[in-house]
Write a protein that binds this ligand. Sequence first.
Ligand SMILES: Nc1ncnc2c1ncn2[C@@H]1O[C@H](COP(=O)(O)OP(=O)(O)O)[C@@H](O)[C@H]1O
Ligand SMILES: [Mg+2]
Length: 176
Amino acid sequence: MIPHKFMIDEPTKAREGQQAALDALSALDYTSTRGVSLSGPTGRGKSYLAGVWSWKMYGNTLKYRVDFADWRELCEYARCRYLDGDDGDEARKAIKVAQQAHVLVLDDFGAGRVTDVIVDLADSLLDYRIQHDYLTVVTTNMGAEEMLAKFGDRVVSRLAGLCDDVAVGGKDWRLV
Ligand SMILES: Nc1ncnc2c1ncn2[C@@H]1O[C@H](COP(=O)(O)OP(=O)(O)O)[C@@H](O)[C@H]1O
Ligand SMILES: [Mg+2]
């Protein structure tokens, strides 16, 4: 579900360091098969740019499924997915929604502890999206080396197959 704070209808104005990311997002449409991965330190506006973009994409929601998924939340669902009852049902459903969205924002990818369960989640989710040519936009604070160390080469390779990397510069807007 797209968070309320991103439901902004005015055109997005790029702040310092954001123009490349905004251009890359604006160039995407529903049939794009390669998305972008917005990377950079915290507070640069990565989630904001991807979130507001996903709201624009949501405007065509009768035809396309658009989802904004917080990576930490998805990880929590992955840990609960084999439970019986409502918690398990909810977890399996949330993972399926992210997997099967025509357009998915995966926000703050790599945040939180990366265990085998989490590597499996990343691997299967990204692989599913590649197999179906679904459009994925990622935001992450992780550099390439850290990603490789924590997730291994399969996940890094799948992510490279899904997204072009675009750096977001500028400053920590939460501090100005
Ligand atoms: N272009 C922009 N227009 C308006 N607000 C912005 C813009 N870029 C960033 N912000 C604000 O800056 C803050 C940090 O952005 P956020 O997307 O959370 O950063 P990140 O995901 O890179 O850590 C948020 O409060 C966000 O609303
Ligand atoms: Mg963020």
